[in-house]
Design a protein around this ligand. Structure first.
Ligand SMILES: [Zn+2]
Length: 153
């Protein structure tokens, strides 16, 4: 099945139109910063997307308030899915950029009820690079965290 990819400019993307009510969606919940609605693809029944109301492409473009609001809404939806669909587990998944599997470039998080036998695959290749490499990666991230974020200096 070909992958749907939405490359529309900000304000005209499919999720902006959905937030604006210009296209129909099975809405689940909304607050000031987020909207939760059913994913049309439904990898399992109860599969919900939590999107920011404002157009932001990836996690890098969110305000701290939006980032917190998305997780707050995702948790509420997860609790509702737990009640409504009695899954064996719940998966929260969030993709940033084409290489990570993002297909609609308006920030969203998937809340997916999971079942022991649902057959959903997730490729997760372990590499075990060793303690020295881990310390090196951590040092690079600590250095980046200590620098002022881009655009705020
Ligand atoms: Zn958008």
């Amino acid at each position: 099945m070909p992958l749907f990819v939405d490359n529309s400019p900000p304000g005209q993307c499919i999720f902006c139109k959905l937030v604006a009510g210009e296209i129909p969606a099975a809405r689940v919940y909304e607050d000031a910063l987020t909207l939760a609605f059913m994913d049309i693809g439904q990898v399992n029944p109860g599969h919900v997307l939590v999107a920011t109301k404002r157009h932001a492409a990836t996690v890098l473009d969110l305000s701290p308030e939006e980032a917190a609001a998305v997780m707050h809404t995702a948790q509420r939806v997860a609790r509702a899915a737990e009640q409504a669909f009695a899954p064996d587990g719940l998966m929260l998944a969030q993709f940033n950029g084409r290489a990570a599997g993002q297909t609609v470039f308006h920030y969203h998080m998937h809340v997916v009820p999971r079942h022991d036998d649902d057959g959903l695959g997730l490729s997760w290749r372990r590499q075990d690079p060793g303690a020295e490499a881990l310390q090196g990666y951590a040092a690079r991230l600590r250095e980046a965290l200590a620098a002022p974020p881009a655009g705020t200096a």
